[in-house]
Design a protein around this ligand. Sequence first.
Ligand SMILES: Nc1nc2c(ncn2[C@@H]2O[C@H](COP(=O)(O)OP(=O)(O)O)[C@@H](O)[C@H]2O)c(=O)[nH]1
Ligand SMILES: [Mg+2]
Length: 238
Amino acid sequence: MSHTLDRESPAEYTFDDVSVVMGTYDEEAAIGTVLDDIERATDGRAEVVCVDGSSDRTPEIARGRGARVVRQRPRGYGVAVRAALSNASRPVIVTTDCDDTYPMDRLPDFLDAINDGYDVVSGDRLYYGAEAMPALNRLGNRAFAALASVLTGRRVHDTTTGMRAYRREVIERIEWTENTGLSAELLIRPIARGYAVRELPIDYRERAGETKLDPISGGAAIAKSIAKVCLEERARKR
Ligand SMILES: Nc1nc2c(ncn2[C@@H]2O[C@H](COP(=O)(O)OP(=O)(O)O)[C@@H](O)[C@H]2O)c(=O)[nH]1
Ligand SMILES: [Mg+2]
């Protein structure tokens, strides 16, 4: 008789347990590829949610590929991603940008890490050099990682990555406050609260279509969010 029947192990998540969510804002140059890549990587089993503020054909393309589309006036990255997170129905939630920069074929590795016990799995674009990232963004991202590392007391490498997997509990138990800085907040608060967080090196490709983030004002907003969130989390512990 097999011992596996007796073993007390938690059930493994499959792609039937995964929601992939994203904000989409005039991404008709990228969305077809991104959703096809998700379909291929997950055998079409993941739920896909797009919170869309586009005036181009993005929402039609998304619906045609089976995604659930929630329309919302464009009010920034974090407002869109927070709405997308709250529309996810499954126990494992993956975020991505809809710009064809992130490797959707690595989704199985993100799910494996969740099944290994991690609460947050964060794609680290800087590990392999991020050659496709504009030089100013690369510099900024290294500075954000240094700032967050000092303030959290734990070395982190990429605080603004768009590609992550979360256990649903992490998303639900924390109150999220940031907009442009939401990506950094989604890494920093779980670390500060003792969740098991792991960074996973990923490749990063050149963007299809135009960026929605101004590097200067966006960068300033992110730095401010990192400082604010880290100080709030420190104050919570006292
Ligand atoms: N719905 C919605 N999506 C947005 C908004 N701003 C950014 N996005 C989406 O959020 C993701 C990240 O933005 P992106 O331009 O890739 O930022 P970058 O990676 O810093 O260049 C993309 O999928 C955008 O389409 C917004 O105001 N509304
Ligand atoms: Mg992007």
